[in-house]
Design a protein around this ligand. Structure first.
Ligand code: SF4
Ligand code: SF4
Length: 104
């Protein structure tokens, strides 16, 4: 499991760095987030959920999203959109209303 960070989208806010339970993320010399130990990532997705800029993508396995697919999030108020991008460019979106996710 591992993530990748698109430095062209990263603002250097540091939120992903603060939430990573494995202390795997750091700032590079340009102040952008980088994953220094990608092999140690256990896929908790905390960094994806924190990034407001869609800069963090998570590599899905062949048995989940299909070989070469990735996952990233976009936030819209209480709604968190999980974007699953397939290797061929197709995209699926799952939307969670976080205000109601603990309701039941
Ligand atoms: S949360 Fe997103 S924008 Fe902020 S430092 Fe991490 S990757 Fe960059
Ligand atoms: S998915 Fe979890 S363990 Fe992996 S880099 Fe992100 S916050 Fe750290």
């Amino acid at each position: 499991m591992s993530i990748t960070i698109d430095t062209s989208k990263c603002t250097g806010c540091g939120k992903c760095i603060r939430v990573c339970p494995g202390t795997l993320l750091y700032k590079d010399k340009n102040g952008k987030a980088e994953s220094r130990y990608p092999r140690d990532c256990w896929g908790c997705t905390a960094c994806l959920k924190e990034c407001l800029y869609g800069a963090v993508s998570y590599f899905l396995g062949a048995d989940i999203g299909g070989m070469g697919s990735t996952l990233h999030t976009k936030r819209d108020g209480h709604f968190l959109h999980w974007h699953i991008a397939g290797a061929e460019g197709e995209e699926r979106v799952i939307t969670i209303n976080q205000k109601e996710s603990n309701k039941y």
